[in-house]
Write a protein that binds this ligand. Structure first.
Ligand code: NDP
Length: 486
């Protein structure tokens, strides 16, 4: 470990570090070793109140600033993040166990992209003018919502904090963010950086805690908007709580996405897409294409090539940049994955490669490739959130599309083929928010990201996110005397 990751304090509120040792202790465990590397405390009700009060008090002045001024703060934060990419990437690695080869390019950098993109957009957010007959007109004012609550999952703690904070703050909202209790460190650093970049106190606050802290935030009457990244069961609960207060909501939830590979595909393109869509971040990616439908004639060659390329995976010290596969995030998560692998074997799927827990401290498992998987097996239906690829065989395009859509989830979908007409037909038919042709799992900030069906509501990133962090006030202006019936 290159430095001590213990944060100054557990929470960050009103531009300051805040501690309250009365909150339950949350150990921060480095997944590569199983060691406790830091400790934070869950927010007590007093800390939750302090954070909400700070965000509420800050919202008026922050909203009153020009979009260009707010954008400058966000873009400065992006610059600071980029200049500290290595340090922030190491912290992300300590928090999550993901290898530096990933975190150096996918986490702080993605956070900076979001701050840069929405920082650039902030000054261009406007309403519109609508001409009406007779000279009357309507103009609209784009207004912030107020206090937003962000709640994060543990797989991308830096990225999730910024994918939520950047559009929220650009629109003139303030935010209280609760990271997952499993990865509490990174969001604190983002809060410090935003202050350094000029964000006024209270604009972005971080409180730690488990689900009950999240629930306390979501149900508070001062909160106008809730954005959750998490599982479908949590999403159901949080969405219901938000509905109770008629709050705006964005739900970025789980998935069991299909990746459909036709037999005309370039084999290595297909294999690369499947590897990226199943084993990146040790499979802990919501949009992963874990149901890999391969056209019958290509199944043997595909599985052989995946198994061969899996031999090149470097499983080892996440701080070594040559490492390509790190540990699972926690004992709990590796237990879930082991359970599914056992179910897959017992259910008659063929384990072609991997799927073994490594006998070393920490939460290590080799990526697993199953074939002969059928649509009814648990490994083909339920989100595993680990490195388990399930290969299923299909014959026709119609069949592949129907089976791809036969799921309650709808986060992402991919198609690999040299026939572009077929690719676009498939994409038109996919019931999924993010679709890929001849690649998988890329999430540039310019593109909307989010799910359909049970995978969520709303979109993050792109201009689409602006609609989820602002509302329109409509103003009718009469240039003619109103007509009244009497
Ligand atoms: P969880 O749903 O378990 O938790 C998500 C967050 O919600 C955590 O911070 C959790 O707190 C909090 N939470 C739990 N219960 C409540 C509650 N009742 N009220 C308010 N907040 C609550 O998800 P994981 O952290 O296990 O993350 C994995 C899941 O996230 C997967 O399903 C994955 O697909 C999904 N995900 C979706 C993404 C997307 O963009 N669509 C991206 C990344 C992940 P705590 O855990 O601290 O108790």
């Amino acid at each position: 470990m290159s430095y001590d990751p213990q944060p100054v304090a557990s929470h960050y509120i009103n531009g300051e570090h805040v501690e309250d040792a009365a909150g339950a202790e949350i150990p921060v465990i480095y997944p590569a070793s199983g060691e406790t590397i830091a400790r934070v405390h869950a927010a007590t009700p007093a800390v939750v109140e302090q954070a909400l009060a700070a965000a509420d008090a800050a919202k008026r002045d922050w909203a009153a600033m020009s979009g260009t001024e707010r954008g400058r703060v966000l873009r400065r934060a992006a610059d600071i993040i980029r200049s500290r990419n290595r340090e922030l990437s190491e912290l992300e690695t300590l928090d999550t166990g993901k290898p530096l080869s990933e975190t150096l390019v996918a986490d702080a950098t993605s956070a900076a992209d979001a701050l840069e993109y929405f920082g650039g957009l902030a000054g261009a957010l406007t309403g519109e003018h609508v001409a009406l007959p007779g000279g009357d007109f309507v103009y609209t004012i784009r207004e912030p919502l107020g206090v937003c609550v962000g709640i994060g999952a543990w797989n991308y703690p830096t990225q999730i904090a910024c994918w939520k904070a950047a559009p929220a703050l650009a629109c003139g909202n303030t935010m209280v963010f609760k990271p997952s209790e499993t990865t509490p460190l990174c969001a604190l650093r983002i809060a410090e950086i935003l202050t350094e970049a000029g964000a006024p106190p209270g604009v972005f606050n971080v409180v730690q805690g488990m689900g009950e802290v999240g629930a306390a935030l979501v149900s508070d009457s001062r909160v106008a908007k809730v954005s959750l990244t998490g599982s479908v069961p949590t999403g159901r609960r949080v969405y219901a709580m938000a509905a109770e207060g008629m709050k705006h909501a964005t739900m970025e939830l789980g998935g069991k996405s299909p990746l459909v590979i036709f037999d005309d595909a370039d084999l290595d393109t297909a294999v690369s897409a499947a590897i990226n869509g199943n084993f990146y971040s040790t499979g802990q990616v919501c949009s992963n294409g874990t149901r890999v439908f391969v056209q019958a004639g290509l199944v043997d060659a595909f599985c052989a090539r995946v198994a061969e390329r899996m031999k090149d995976a470097v499983i080892g010290d996440p701080m070594d940049e040559a490492t390509t596969i790190g540990p699972m995030v926690s004992e709990r998560q590796i237990g879930i994955v082991e359970g599914y692998i056992a179910q897959g074997k017992a259910g008659g799927a063929t384990l072609v490669a991997g799927g073994e827990r490594l006998d070393r401290p920490g939460f290590w498992i080799t990526p697993a490739l199953f074939r002969d998987v059928t649509d009814d097996m648990a490994i083909a239906r339920e989100e595993i959130f680990g490195p388990v690829m399930s290969v299923m065989s299909f014959d026709t395009e119609e069949e592949a599309l129907a089976r791809a859509n036969a799921t309650e989830f709808g986060l992402a979908a991919g198609v690999i083929t040299r026939d572009l007409a077929r690719a676009h037909r498939m994409v038109a038919g996919f019931e999924a928010g993010s679709c890929y042709i001849n690649t998988y799992n890329l999430t540039p900030v310019e593109a909307p990201f989010g799910g359909s069906k049970m995978s969520g509501v709303g979109r993050e990133n792109s201009r689409a996110a602006i609609e989820h962090y602002s509302q329109m006030k409509s103003v009718y202006v009469a240039l003619n005397a109103p007509e009244a019936p009497f």
